[in-house]
Design a protein around this ligand. Structure first.
Ligand code: AMP
Ligand code: MG
Length: 346
């Protein structure tokens, strides 16, 4: 069979499982600021509910912050900070931004928690499988190529971390923060709005959300988790929440298909191959969108069984959609139950 490209979205694909709902009960007098655009190869959307006497934020301030983060974290830009780190020889001491250090620290925590299922050092394998900047035309790599790159993924060995804005590259790693950068960008825009006195906002970058305060109806934000079906789509579950970050990972939006087999963009660092299991999507709620983003990717790698055990053990708020035949079965962790909106409360 011909090499059929079925990748639906571009680099750092939007994984738009979470829909934004503006329901009834809306306060007609509430003043809303809306701004949207594109960043990191995906879309973003910002809603701010203004309080009395408040002037709207300047869209350029939001655009500039997103551009700043993209210019640091994009593996598609030659001169990005992450690519400078990736190109640097072992032993080099490099100046790095506070953002880089923060993502590194969070990644190290989620790496530990997931026992390496989440691993930003997966970059070369992401490329090898054709999901990175290097277009490999959906070629299936050989076992030898995979084995060689698996030997260069010891993220733990970068234990030194950042010190006074400097990092020493102790091992030959190629990092890829794509699994956490969209959530981080949403947090940063949220923080920027908060610093300017805005207390009610929803910031979404590629489906990852930073939420604060209330919506136009004066209640918690309501978000719809999409059914993981490409053609039928529709709302699977409505959740109601605020002052948290939300992220979703799944295996059906960004993939390629060859000889009738689907290859996911999420790589299992234990095998060096795209994940293959019955977990269709996972939504995580955490204190920040970056944390939720990293956790969602980690749990996606681990699969339903291991993830369900981990989220209960670590008290993580997670919502799973598991494939069973041609249906999806929903499972929520104990901590997630508080976010499930009552039926009919749209
Ligand atoms: P997300 O959509 O947040 O789940 O992130 C998926 C992206 O993260 C992929 O497109 C890769 O660039 C990268 N990635 C793939 N596998 C992993 C992994 N096991 N750990 C960390 N990042 C990964
Ligand atoms: Mg993620």
């Amino acid at each position: 069979m011909a090499n059929r490209k079925n990748r639906l979205t571009g680099p750092l694909a939007p994984f738009f499982i979470v829909l934004l709902l503006t329901g009834c009960g809306r306060d007609e007098h509430a003043l809303e600021f809306l701004h949207q655009g594109r960043t990191m190869g995906t879309g973003f959307h910002v809603t701010v509910i203004l309080e009395e006497g408040q002037t709207p934020p300047q869209p350029e301030v939001i655009d500039r912050e997103l551009e700043r983060i993209n210019s640091l974290m994009s593996t598609y830009r030659k001169d990005s900070e992450i690519n400078r780190f990736n190109r640097a020889p072992v032993g080099a001491s490099l100046p790095v931004s506070a953002d880089f250090c923060e993502l590194l620290k969070l990644s190290q925590q989620v790496y530990q928690l997931s026992r390496g299922a989440f691993n930003p050092a997966v970059g070369p394998l992401v490329d090898l499988w054709g999901f990175g900047p290097a277009d490999t035309h959906d070629q299936i790599p050989t076992a030898k190529e995979i084995a060689r790159l698996l030997g260069e993924m010891d993220f733990n060995a970068l234990h030194a971390g950042c010190y006074q804005g400097q990092i020493v590259k102790t091992v030959p790693l190629h990092l890829d923060f794509s699994a956490v950068a969209k959530g981080y960008a949403a947090d940063r825009v949220g923080q920027l709005l908060a610093e300017r006195g805005y207390r009610n906002y929803l910031v979404e970058v590629g489906g990852e959300l930073a939420l604060a305060g209330h919506n136009a109806s004066g209640s918690a934000w309501r978000i719809a988790i999409e059914k993981p079906a490409l053609l039928q789509g529709g709302v699977q579950q409505v959740i109601s929440l605020s002052d948290v970050g939300v992220a979703t990972s799944g295996d059906y939006r960004n993939y390629f298909e060859k000889d009738g087999k689907r290859y996911s963009h999420t790589i299992d660092p234990r095998t060096g191959r795209p994940i293959e299991h019955n977990l269709a999507s996972i939504t995580v709620v955490a204190s920040t969108a970056a944390e939720a983003d990293a956790l969602a990717t980690a749990l996606m790698v681990l699969g339903a069984e291991q993830s369900l055990a981990l989220v209960e053990q670590r008290n993580i708020a997670a919502y799973f959609l598991v494939k069973q035949g041609d249906k999806f079965v929903a499972k929520a962790s104990g901590r997630f139950a508080q976010y499930l909106a009552l039926e009919g409360s749209l």
